[in-house]
Structure formats: structure tokens, C-alpha cells
Design a protein around this ligand. Structure first.
Ligand code: MN
Length: 482
């Protein structure tokens, strides 16, 4: 049995590789559509993607621009000269017989990501490099035969390779989550995890704490959610510790993640490094960039998550609220917009409404408000600040504004939610309640110094006004009358 005491003797070391699908209209080297969603198999494939004889690939400049933006989000230098290589292997989903990738001169050089953790600290992960490459096709296996779909062949990717700087499963999840936010905010990818827009490979090894040499690592491939990154790291750590405790060795291999069983399983051994016979791709000229060009493209990168976190400091939001806003870029932009127009207090109210209404899921499946104009939200928050609406009623109105563009006042009127702050109207109800024989015990209690008893009277007034009386005003009128 693995006790906490045993686990505590070991340290895990994790490096992550992440393939990011670039949000271009066309493929990396052909004019075929880059959006393969809901397309019939092999319907968005050009001769280049089929690797037909005589084809000539042409580099998609838009993909280069997105890689340059990704470099900014990764705090990395961009290589002034980078180029493509051929990585040879035979597989039915790779008709050319080689993948076009960047082995020796990648476009994105060393950088780093600071990923915030739950406890308020953060994990600093160095980026070794990131390179551009094309995706392969997809194989679907049916008993004794398999079908090939090349719709995805030639899809532009960047592969981000981290240094082994992560030492916890929570850190691995935090890094994957922040990497996703960075790539989405920088406009590099659509970031749809369900569609495989970002796929994580977790390299994990285990060694006794304080050891100077890393253990032998296993690689868990193709994780497509932040949660599975965390769970796979937790599982691999325990599995490898168990082997070491039994005096066995960890096999260097590629493993897959079984989400239903929450387990990794062996796919293929990596004992001998494969020889891919890398060679420069003679069909594609090197990418040569000027400093001015790089600066110009990077200047178009909008505010990144760290920028939002800094802007929101005066709002003093909880970490969970910040995360839920950042999970939907439009929400983050909306709150910042409101902050500029109407100040911190109003922005904070709206931030909390957005979070409680749209919540946060573990991955990027959060739904979003459709009305992203700040004016209605500002007006709603101001109505609450002026006691025209209770905070409960405001939440109801909020949901309607978020889904349409009707003004908050119109919604509140239609739903009969406006608080009565008209003194004469409330005074009449107060008098009625105070005259009620059922109220006399509470009145006596208040006179005897049990001030809490006023709650009963305010409750009665709220009831008689169908929840619309301004409770603060009702309390004031009761005290005046006593
Ligand atoms: Mn790759």
C-alpha cells in the first residue's frame, strides 16, 4: 500500500508538450479549409495534403503571424531565421511519408509562463522552444480494417515544449490552464478543447527527494482537458512510486489516458529513440523576419490574462471569481470595460453576477452572456446601489439583460421588481403592521432592548409589500414611530 509517508519520500518532475491548432482559414501549406468540423471525411484535402507527386507546398503566412503572436504570450524571443525539416516515418495517416516540422531552427525560442496556483502562489515554467508543424490525418479502426480521414492533415500547429520545471499535479493543471488562456487571448487558437484544438503530452518522472538525477520518464500522450492533465499526473506519480518501492524500474514509454478508468496504459515502448532521418525541407524557403515586422505583429496582441489580473487588483476579487471571468474572454473584456466607464464598485458587482450566473467549469465549456454591451449592466448595478432593486431581484434582471438587450429598468418594471422607496407608501404599510396585535410582542421585545426583534416586523412589511419595500427605509420608519 502506498501511504502518504511513502509518497512523501519522492518528488515528481513534469515537463509538458502542447500542440496548439492555429486559427487560420486555410492549412499550413495548402489552400484547403482549416475548419474540419462536421465535414465529410476527406472533403477538405488538397493535392498537397494528399502528398501527390508534383505538389508544391506554399507556407501560409497567416500561420507565421500567429506563431509570432504566440511567442509574445510565451515571453519568448522570435527567431529571425527559422526553417522546416522533414521528419520521416510511415503511417497510413501521413501519406507523404514525412511530417513537415521544425527540428533544428524553430520559430519560437526560449521563454516562460507564470501559472497561478490555487493558494495564490504561482509556478514558473520555462519554455524550451516552440516550433511550427503540420498535423497528420486521423485513423478510425474497425475490427480488421481501418479508415483514413485526411481532413486534418496539414492543419497548422505550434508545439510548445516546456522545461521540466513542474513538481506537482496541481502545477501541471495550472500550467495547462494558463497556456490555454494565453493562446486564446493572444488570438492564436480558437482553443476548443473538445475539438482537440489543444492537446497536452505530460512527461513525468519520479526520483527520491533530494536526488540529483531525474528518474526515467514515461510520457502520457494526447490529454485534451486540464482535469485529465492533473489526474494523469497524479496517477503516474503513484504508479511510478509503486514500481520503485518494489525495486522495479520505470520503463521509458508512451502511455495513453483512459478517462473512464482514470488510468494510464502502456501504448508503445520508447527504449530506442526512433530514427526519423530529419532533413531540411527543400520545398519551403526559410522564414526570414525583420525586428520591425515582429514588433508590428506583436503590437496587435490584445491584453493577456496577467494584464487583466493587474487591472482588477482594486476590485479585490477572489481567485475563483477572477478565474471564472478569465475563462470567457468576453466576460473579462466586459468587466474591464465597465471598470473604465463606471468605476471599481460597479465593475465588482457585475463581476460577481457574471460568475454566479455563468459559473465556471473545469474546462473551457463555460457558457457566456450574449449581451456584451456594458451600459445595461452599469445601469442595473446603479439601481441596486440606489436601493431601487434588491440584490435578489437584481440577479433575476441580470439574467435577462445577459440574454437580450432590453434595459434593466424596463425588465424590472415588467417583472414588477422595483423596490418601493416612496416613504408615504411604505409608511402606510408600517402603520398597518405596527397596529397588528401579532406585532405587539416584538414591539415589547424591542423596547426591552432586544433589538433583533425588529427583523420580524421588517419581514411582515416585506411580505405585505410583496417583497418590494426598501427594507432599510422600512426599518427607519419603524424606529421613528417607536
Ligand atoms: Mn509534434
Amino acid at each position: 500500500m502506498l501511504t502518504d509517508e511513502i509518497l512523501d519520500k519522492y518528488e515528481m518532475t513534469i515537463g509538458i508538450e502542447c500542440h496548439v491548432q492555429l486559427a487560420t482559414a486555410t492549412k499550413l501549406f495548402s489552400s484547403a479549409d482549416n475548419d474540419a468540423r462536421d465535414k465529410a471525411p476527406n472533403s477538405v484535402v488538397s493535392p498537397v495534403d494528399y502528398g501527390l507527386p508534383g505538389m508544391l507546398p506554399v507556407l501560409n503566412r497567416r500561420a507565421v503571424d500567429l506563431a509570432i503572436k504566440a511567442g509574445k504570450a510565451l515571453n519568448a524571443e522570435i527567431a529571425r531565421v527559422s526553417r522546416f525539416d522533414r521528419k520521416h516515418y510511415f503511417y497510413p495517416d501521413l501519406p507523404k511519408g514525412y511530417q513537415t516540422t521544425q527540428m533544428y531552427q524553430p520559430i519560437i525560442l526560449a521563454g516562460y509562463v507564470d501559472a497561478p496556483l490555487e493558494d495564490g502562489s504561482s509556478v514558473h515554467v520555462r519554455i524550451h522552444h516552440a516550433h511550427m508543424e503540420e498535423d497528420a490525418g486521423k485513423l478510425t479502426h474497425f475490427g480488421d480494417y481501418s479508415l483514413v480521414d485526411l481532413n486534418r492533415a496539414g492543419t497548422p500547429l505550434i508545439e510548445i515544449v516546456s522545461e521540466p520545471d513542474i513538481h506537482s499535479a496541481a502545477g501541471a493543471k495550472a500550467f495547462a490552464t494558463e497556456l490555454h488562456r494565453l493562446m486564446v487571448y493572444a488570438g492564436v487558437t480558437n482553443g476548443d478543447l473538445y475539438q482537440g484544438n489543444m492537446r497536452f503530452d505530460v512527461n513525468l518522472s519520479v526520483a527520491p527527494k533530494g536526488a540529483t538525477k531525474l528518474g526515467r520518464r514515461a510520457e502520457v500522450k494526447n490529454l485534451n482537458s486540464f482535469r485529465s492533465v492533473e489526474k494523469a499526473a497524479e496517477y503516474e506519480f503513484r504508479r511510478q512510486v509503486e514500481l520503485l518501492e518494489k525495486g522495479l524500474r520505470v520503463v521509458q514509454e508512451t502511455r495513453g489516458w483512459d478517462d473512464a478508468k482514470q488510468k494510464t496504459n502502456s501504448q508503445r515502448s520508447k527504449e530506442d529513440a526512433q530514427d526519423y532521418r530529419y532533413m531540411p525541407d527543400a520545398d519551403i524557403p526559410p522564414i526570414v523576419l525583420t525586428a520591425e515586422e515582429i514588433a508590428e505583429i506583436q503590437a496587435t496582441v490584445p491584453m493577456l490574462p496577467s494584464g487583466y489580473r493587474e487591472r482588477w487588483l482594486p476590485l479585490e476579487l477572489d481567485r475563483s471569481v477572477t478565474d471564472s471571468l478569465l475563462a470567457v474572454r468576453e466576460h473579462a473584456a466586459l468587466v474591464t470595460d465597465i471598470q473604465d466607464k463606471a468605476g471599481d464598485d460597479i465593475a465588482k458587482r457585475v463581476a460577481h453576477w457574471l460568475t454566479s450566473a455563468f459559473g465556471r467549469t473545469d474546462d473551457d465549456t463555460a457558457t457566456a452572456a450574449t449581451n456584451l454591451s456594458p451600459d445595461g449592466y452599469i445601469e442595473l448595478a446603479q439601481m441596486v446601489a440606489k436601493s431601487e432593486l434588491s440584490s435578489t431581484a437584481a440577479k433575476e434582471v441580470f439574467l435577462e439583460i445577459a440574454a437580450s438587450s432590453e434595459s434593466p429598468r424596463a425588465i424590472a418594471e415588467r417583472k414588477n421588481l422595483l423596490q418601493v422607496s416612496d416613504e408615504a407608501a411604505i409608511a402606510a404599510i408600517v402603520d398597518e403592521v405596527l397596529a397588528d396585535p401579532a406585532s405587539q410582542a416584538s414591539l415589547a421585545d424591542i423596547r426591552a432592548g432586544k433589538d433583533k426583534a425588529i427583523g420580524y416586523l421588517v419581514g411582515q412589511i416585506m411580505k405585505k409589500s410583496q417583497g418590494k419595500a426598501n427594507p432599510a427605509l422600512a426599518q427607519k420608519l419603524i424606529r421613528e414611530r417607536m
